[in-house]
Design a protein around this ligand. Structure first.
Ligand code: G2I
Length: 450
């Protein structure tokens, strides 16, 4: 599927160049595409992952998740409140869907997360348990969930966020009921349930060398010394623009030197909204710093972003007024951060500057049809008329369009502006839509602007 897409990218670029002929207006042509991030990462032996929402894995969201990433982490679907909302009553639908999608697309899955203080079901947090009962609940939960996916998941975040900022243990259901040894017990239970999965402890604000990461370091050291199964450390990396820790690579290296793997597990870099182009450029630099730090350390296995599009990010809900934290904008257009990740993974293409870009997305899709849209956005350039062209690779046919006049001949589609929306000012955008049929598959084409 990926090589097919690369082929059609080249084909439509060539078509675009051939068709441009006398039409060399202000409109720049789509930039040469880098290889997908997952191909760049694979060439370096690294993981590039994203957190995903299972229900969204269709249309453009699914297309990008499959094309660009070689690992998926369920953002919420494997948490205890999701899988066992009532005691003994399990719901694996979303988790199963994500695992099946990953398997169909040759992707690893990072299981997230087994033992945490948050997103637990009410019956668990409101119950009164003896230590023995609590320990049994924890180990049964691990046996059930890890056992369900035995041999299919690459990695588990077994214990999530065990520390306070000052490096003391967080007072949680688990710590208060079982003492600090709950961590060793959880890891041991996970190893028993799936000997092939890599077992991690995962936390935030442990990216640089500080009191919290040093507590984590000391814990991992002592677990290793005791022979407790621990394979890796997850540095979440929920970062704020301008605050990438200068000791990131040094910190990754000190964990690696303990003999464990390291992963950046939940990378995002949030910005006060609205984000301007200087901030997006700085964000790109910082994404590159983080990914490069991982690439530089052999035992850093890779980087996962916590949602790949701003439309699927936890930031705006949790930090009102902040956002734009992921590598794609809300319309699935790659941001400078996307290109920066590509560069850190060895990609060479520089992103276009001062250009008008067309972004194609599938808005909704059903059995035999779908609604698509193309957004034409200008930044550092403008248009007085436009024509968007693409080639459908899988027999899709447009039946109806709005805000543009579309014609289709064989695979070739051409959509020209309507009388009222030919002008796209610098900093502005126009969007047109269409209905079309599909069967078998519905790959996203590359749109050329002419
Ligand atoms: O909080 C950010 C992340 C920190 N590290 C552990 C991660 O598991 C955590 O992920 C986030 C999810 O991305 C959010 O989607 O965890 C949040 C909860 O702590 C998730 O938010 C919750 C909302 O608070 C709920 O209202 C909502 O029902 O997501 C739920 C499912 O959409």
């Amino acid at each position: 599927m990926r090589s097919l897409r690369t082929g059609s990218t080249l084909a439509s670029l060539l078509t675009g160049v051939a068709m441009l002929g006398g039409l060399l207006l202000a409109a720049p042509v789509a930039q040469a595409a880098d290889a997908p991030l997952r191909d760049l990462a694979a060439a370096k032996g690294k993981v590039i992952g994203t957190a995903v929402t299972g229900s969204k894995l269709t249309g453009t969201y699914g297309e990008i998740a499959a094309r660009e990433f070689n690992a998926l982490t369920p953002g919420n679907a494997m948490k205890w409140e999701s899988v066992e909302p009532a005691r003994g009553s399990f719901n694996w639908a979303e988790a199963d869907r994500i695992v099946a999608f990953a398997e169909a697309n040759g992707q690893e899955v990072r299981g997230h997360t087994l033992v945490w203080h948050s997103q637990n079901p009410g019956w668990l947090t409101n119950g009164t348990w003896t230590a023995a009962q609590l320990r049994q609940l924890m180990t049964d939960h691990i046996a059930t969930e890890v056992g369900r996916y035995k041999g299919r998941l690459a990695t588990w975040d077994v214990v999530n966020e065990p520390f306070n900022e000052d490096g003391t243990y967080r007072q949680t259901l688990w710590y208060n009921g079982l003492g600090a040894d709950y961590i060793a017990q959880a890891l041991t239970a996970a190893r028993a349930a799936d000997p092939s999965a890599k077992l991690y402890i995962n936390d935030y604000n442990v990216e640089g060398v500080n009191a919290k990461s040093t507590a984590l370091y000391n814990l991992v050291k002592s677990l290793k010394e005791r022979g407790v199964p621990i394979d890796g450390v997850g540095l979440q990396a929920h970062l704020i623009l301008g605050q990438v820790p200068s000791t990131l690579q040094q910190n990754i290296q000190r964990f690696a030197d303990l003999g464990v793997d390291v992963a950046i597990t939940e990378l995002d870099i949030r910005i006060n909204l609205p984000a301007d182009s200087a901030e997006l450029a700085q964000q790109a630099t910082e994404y590159k710093q983080v990914v490069s730090a991982c690439v530089a350390v052999a035992r850093c296995v890779g980087v996962t972003v916590w949602g790949f599009t701003d439309s699927d990010s936890w930031i705006p809900d949790t930090f009102p007024g902040q956002g734009a934290a992921t590598p794609y904008d809300e319309n699935f257009a790659p941001k400078p951060a996307y290109h920066a990740i590509a560069e850190a993974l060895g990609g060479t293409t520089t992103p276009p500057t001062g250009a008008c870009k067309a972004t194609y997305s599938v808005v909704s899709q059903w059995n035999s049809g779908f609604t698509g849209q193309v957004r034409i956005a200008c930044d550092g350039a403008s248009l007085s008329s436009w024509k968007a062209t693409w080639a459908y690779g899988a027999g899709q046919r447009i039946s109806q369009s709005w805000n543009a006049t579309c014609t289709q001949s064989g695979a070739a589609v051409s959509c020209s502006n309507a009388s009222y929306n030919g002008t796209v000012p610098n900093g502005g955008s126009v969007t047109f839509g269409f209905n079309a049929s599909w069967s078998g598959s519905n790959p996203v084409p590359v749109v050329t602007l002419g």
